[in-house]
Design a protein around this ligand. Structure first.
Ligand code: SF4
Length: 134
């Protein structure tokens, strides 16, 4: 689901600079797919969505306007998503813009583990929820 599922009243939220900075960092990506091509795990396991898609998933997870955290985590927190990465770090070297998609893999794993252990709800994976004024 590579699109925003807007929550009710999300049009009233004011996006903070922190959220904007995160989106800007990820949107530096030029969609060249070099990270996917370089990733040994994406070559080996065709069910793994790859570093770029995991990173984009994280962007939507961290968007306070989004209401689909639970469904996103079903993919992102599985072996097709963040747990499919085996930490080869090839994406970092391959990326012409030094976007480092693997950084977001680790963040998704941390959030997903907390959700699985019942330490937080899926919608609370968004660090910015409740921090954007209306
Ligand atoms: S290599 Fe970098 S710029 Fe290219 S798709 Fe991957 S993250 Fe985006």
């Amino acid at each position: 689901m590579p699109w925003l599922e807007e929550a009710a009243d999300s049009d009233k939220l004011r996006i903070t600079n922190e959220v904007s900075d995160l989106h800007e960092a990820i949107c530096t990506c030029i969609l060249c797919a070099a990270c996917f091509a370089a990733c040994p795990e994406a070559s080996r396991d065709r069910t793994y969505i790859g570093p770029h898609a995991v990173m984009e998933g994280y962007r939507f997870l961290q968007d306070p306007r989004d209401s689909a955290s639970e469904r996103r985590l079903e993919v992102l927190a599985g072996s097709e998503g963040a747990w499919g990465c085996n930490g080869a770090f090839a994406c970092i070297n391959a990326c012409p813009w030094k976007v480092s998609p693997i950084n977001y893999v680790a963040k998704i794993r941390t959030g997903a583990t907390k959700v699985r252990l019942g330490m937080m709800k899926a919608e609370d994976c968004c660090e910015y929820k409740g921090k954007c004024g209306g």
